[in-house]
Design a binder for this molecule. Structure first.
Ligand code: OXD
Ligand code: MN
Length: 579
């Protein structure tokens, strides 16, 4: 027995009887354990050591070519009542779901080691953190979980003290896409994932626990689990505002969280608290406080270079696990958008040929400890979290949504989040570039009915003494010839600065039917080559386009009746009337 917790010991026994591993390894999270796993993976060819002089302690893993992204069509929320999962989730009855996936797990770990991975989501000593145990037969998952969570003995001790944990059972199976399922049982606080080794499907602490299960728990316990980065924006006077921002997958959360200020804004500093997930609690002072439940970044590689994100680029030069990138002749990692080196081997390990598509997979990823980030916030591990001044919602919208606008109030802000839309990306299997509604960037991650979720968001008006202001941003506006109107990346600080000024009550704004937009003179644009017409286009609220948008949002929200809160419909009607 490796634990004093009887229910954990019993569950591990049951799982071992079902999956029949050759041996069981309880992970401690130690350096030597990690080194042994890496040595074993190198020997089996599951990892490739990258050039140690340019990229010390970096490795490449190539996944099965059919297993490179989240599989939303195979991801289910299994609640007793279908309505509780809502139209936003695939649903299966819990009994049927267990039966189906247990038949896949039957004997699945024969000939393999079963790893027991205790982990803590959030600082190990934070009252806001929650623990879990993932069982897996994939050493790749273990070494990634060690980077992404507080994994090992300390987490196990906390589980033994609290006697509560999320159970996550995972096997890569035979990686057959026909035998792949990602199932969530929020009522049982458990997850079963079979047939994929890809991050979002297999690192169960991340999307499965910290978003789908946690969002359910958060509703019961009065907090929020969100798909948001958390960053500190420090002004030259030394005042720091913490901002939480929700953007769909592969829309630049990691880049924004690690932003490098433009030369024309000396004295501004950015501090990263988190790049993907945010747990928001009402603190003792009645304000919203945020922790990042993760301890590492599982970020999109392509496009990372010293000018788009110098911090990320530096961070990836050592101690990083790369997945599905290409290789240069001297074994350095290579990806599209890296402005140096030449690929010779593509992400599938084949000699690179331009006509066979990109060298690195568009959803190739890095796994790296958050502490390697040169601008890691000193409060990122604070058990009490950071106070949030502003919440941002945003998507990839070629048209319609202006660069930035502010909600009139909390209810309107919730409507802005609920009506969010974005063009799809390579982070999930399926067509790329089509506009879909992605409320709060949680479409793939909310573990319950969106109608109930929005009602829960609205309830924070009663729960909190002071709420953050809510904004919508769009870095991705294009003109008719598909040219981006806004430079993005470091220059996004210009928009964040306006947001901080609004939080401090320092600047006014122009009222439009959809919210407050900046007066042009209040945006810091020195050093930017932006002509007046482009700025007008970026801030323009086109009434015709918005009438259509409001209609589309209304039609989408109607899908959630009868659980759709009336407040959202009232907000929508008010905007329609003004338009
Ligand atoms: C991610 C995602 O990996 O959102 O963070 O897909
Ligand atoms: Mn994400």
């Amino acid at each position: 027995m490796n634990t004093s917790n009887a229910s954990l010991a019993r569950w591990i026994d049951e799982v071992a009887q079902l999956t029949k591993p050759d041996s069981i390894h309880w992970c401690t999270g130690s350096d030597s354990e990690n080194e042994q796993l890496i040595a074993q993976m190198l020997e089996r060819g599951d990892l490739i050591k990258l050039n140690p002089s340019t990229h010390p302690n970096c490795y490449l893993h190539r996944s099965h070519p059919s297993d490179v992204a989240r599989v939303e069509h195979l991801t289910y929320v299994c609640t007793s009542s279908r309505e509780d999962a809502g139209p936003n989730n695939n649903w299966m009855a819990p009994d049927e779901a267990h039966r189906k996936i247990d038949s896949m797990f039957e004997g699945a770990m024969r000939g393999r080691t079963m790893y027991v991975v205790p982990y803590c989501m959030g600082p190990i000593d934070s009252p806001y953190s929650r623990c879990g145990v993932q069982v897996t037969d994939s050493p790749y998952v273990v070494i990634n979980m060690r980077v992404m969570t507080r994994m090992g003995t300390e987490a196990l001790r906390r589980i033994e003290r609290e006697n509560q944990f999320v159970k996550g059972l995972h096997s890569i199976g035979d990686l057959n896409p026909e035998r792949r399922l990602i199932l969530h049982f929020p009522e049982e606080l458990s997850i079963k994932s079979f047939g994929s080794g890809y991050g979002g499907n297999a690192l169960l602490g991340k999307k499965c626990h910290a978003l789908r299960i946690a969002s359910w728990q958060a509703r019961q316990e009065g907090w929020l689990a969100e798909h948001m980065l958390i960053m500190g924006v420090q002004s030259p006077e030394g005042r720091t505002h913490y901002i939480a921002a929700a953007f769909p997958s592969a829309c630049g959360k990691t880049n924004l969280a690690m932003l490098v200020p433009p030369d024309s804004m000396p004295g501004w500093k950015i501090w990263t608290v988190g790049d993907d997930i945010c747990w928001l609690h009402v603190g003792p002072d009645g304000e919203l406080r945020a922790i990042n439940p993760e301890a590492g970044y599982f970020g999109v590689v392509p496009g990372t270079n010293p000018s788009t994100n110098r911090n990320a680029f530096e961070m990836l030069r050592s101690d990083t696990i790369f997945t599905n990138v290409a290789l240069t002749a001297d074994n350095q990692p290579w990806w599209e958008g890296l402005d140096e080196g030449t690929p010779v081997v593509d992400w599938q390990g084949r000699p690179y040929r331009a006509e066979s598509g990109p060298a690195a997979h568009p959803n190739s990823r890095f796994t790296v400890a958050a502490r390697r980030n040169p601008i890691y916030s000193s409060l990122a591990d604070a058990p009490e979290g950071v106070p949030i001044s502003a919440i941002l919602f945003g998507g990839r919208r070629r048209e319609v949504a202006p660069l930035v606008y502010e909600a009139f109030n909390w209810q309107h802000g919730v409507l802005i989040g609920a009506g969010m839309a974005s063009e799809t990306t390579a982070a999930a299997t399926g067509q790329v570039g089509v506009v879909r509604r992605d409320p709060m960037a949680m479409k793939p991650f909310c573990g319950y009915n969106f109608g109930d979720y929005w009602r829960h968001w609205l309830s924070f008006e009663q729960r909190a003494k002071k709420l953050p202001r809510i904004f919508h941003v769009n870095w991705f506006r294009q003109d008719a010839s598909r040219r981006y109107l806004w430079p993005g990346f470091g220059d996004n600080l210009r928009v964040l600065r306006w947001i901080c000024d609004r939080c401090d009550g320092r600047v006014g704004a122009q009222e439009t039917p959809i919210g407050y937009v900046p007066h042009k003179q209040d945006l810091e644009l020195t050093g930017l080559n932006l002509d007046g017409a482009t700025l007008d286009a970026l801030l323009n609220v086109d009434a015709d386009a918005w009438r259509k948008e409001i209609e589309a949002i209304g039609a989408y929200l109607d899908e959630f009746k009868p659980r759709l809160p009336n407040e959202l419909q009232d907000q929508l009607r008010a905007i329609a009337a003004k338009l």
